[in-house]
Design a protein around this ligand. Structure first.
Ligand code: ADP
Ligand code: MG
Length: 246
């Protein structure tokens, strides 16, 4: 584990009412590290990554992002969110704005960037996700895979230090999964720190430095992908792998 992790989660506990959804989560992420999080539906994966950028409150423990500590009071929400880009399963683009406008909205309104500058920057990110030619279309006029790449470009326009992906390909038709995963691989190769919730185990093998397996609100096992897939240590991990790798 790195001496100076960019994300440090310590003794994180969260309840939804009486339901204990996250149990004593400890996880540190080094700069440039790529983490894949997997586990059964309902195990708390989304809730965990939503705690990292303060989309969820929690009752115990701390989440520290690049030295900014979030506790149960969520005092430093804005500071933490500035460091983090997030991409969801559903692309969440504004349908009435063009691709380019979707990508310039936050830089203009949150960062007060002049429009011309925001557009030039957005075009660079659209080039990076390889769809600059779609800039003047509306989300409804492009494919799901292209929409998800726009969502990635949009997150990048805020220049995040960490990217969180929550099942970024699970809403896509199968033929579009690869183009989105390839975009995430490109980002990883550029050194972006990332946490990716996904069941794409080929991606995990290729890209992850470590795979985190969650079940029932706990981190059950953390391991390098080779070890994780060839020698899962826990029965629950074995069961999960047997179900998804079939
Ligand atoms: N806002 C909420 N209120 C109450 N329960 C919730 C809420 N969000 C999620 N849950 C519950 O918490 C558990 C973990 O959910 P989630 O983090 O979405 O799991 P995963 O992403 O691993 O499928 C599930 O049992 C889910 O029903
Ligand atoms: Mg989820």
């Amino acid at each position: 584990m790195a001496a100076d992790p960019i994300i440090r989660i310590e003794k994180l506990n969260k309840w939804f009412g009486a339901f204990h959804v996250l149990r004593d989560i400890d996880l540190s992420v080094a700069r440039r590290e790529r983490i894949v999080i997997c586990g059964p539906s309902g195990s708390g994966k989304s809730t965990l990554i939503r705690c990292i950028n303060a989309l969820e409150e929690f009752q115990e423990g701390t989440v520290t992002v690049d030295g900014i500590e979030l506790g149960p009071n969520l005092k430093r929400v804005d500071e933490v969110r500035r460091e983090i880009g997030m991409v969801f399963q559903s692309f969440n683009l504004f349908p009435h704005l063009t691709v380019l406008e979707n990508c310039t909205l936050a830089p203009i309104w949150v960062r007060n960037m002049p429009q011309k500058e925001a557009e030039a920057a957005a075009m660079r990110y659209l080039e990076r996700v390889r769809i600059p030619e779609q800039a003047h279309k509306y989300p409804g006029q492009i494919s799901g895979g292209q929409q998800q790449r726009v969502a990635i470009a949009r997150a990048l326009t805020m220049n995040p230090k960490v990217m969180l992906f929550d099942e970024p390909t699970s809403a896509l038709d199968p033929e579009m999964v690869k183009e989105v995963l390839d975009t995430i691989v490109d980002l990883a190769n550029d050194g972006m720190t990332m946490l990716v919730v996904t069941h794409e185990m080929g991606f995990a093998r290729e890209v992850a430095d470590r795979v985190v397996f969650m079940d029932m609100g706990q981190v059950i096992e953390v391991n390098a992908p080779d070890e994780f897939f060839s020698h899962p240590r826990h029965e629950r991990t074995k069961l999960f792998l047997s179900q998804i790798l079939r």
